[in-house]
Design a protein around this ligand. Sequence first.
Ligand SMILES: [Zn+2]
Length: 154
Amino acid sequence: MTVSAEAIFDVLRQVRDPEIPTLNIVDMGLVREIRHTPEVIQVDLIPTFSGCPGLELMRREIERRLKDTWPEASEIRVRFQLKEPWTPERLSQDGQEQLRQAGIAPPHLGDAPLPCPICGSLNTRLNEVYASAACLSLYRCLTCHNPFSAFKPW
Ligand SMILES: [Zn+2]
């Protein structure tokens, strides 16, 4: 297959954030820049949270998938770009919807109350600082009584 930005994006769409398996890294807004020649493929990513243990796993998976797709490429570089922080605005519409369906509140900044992704109530409470994933916190909605996860604040 010829190397093209579009084909690279198709490969990247198969990669999921290990912390949030419902969401692929393209919809998550993690892809900052793609450069390629027929021989060299370079992908720059923005990590959501630099402390996430899943980042290295994700990087290796991307490299493996790119190599499987273009075994003739002489160099594949996948780098995390730390200069520019990831912000929730980078999520695509699909990404926001997928997060909501997974019961994960979209990341929020500041002290604003966190809306429940299930019923929209602002009457929510932090339950557990350590949820199932290192980058998520567990909340409970006091209106619909459902638990939900949210990104840990910066
Ligand atoms: Zn609720």
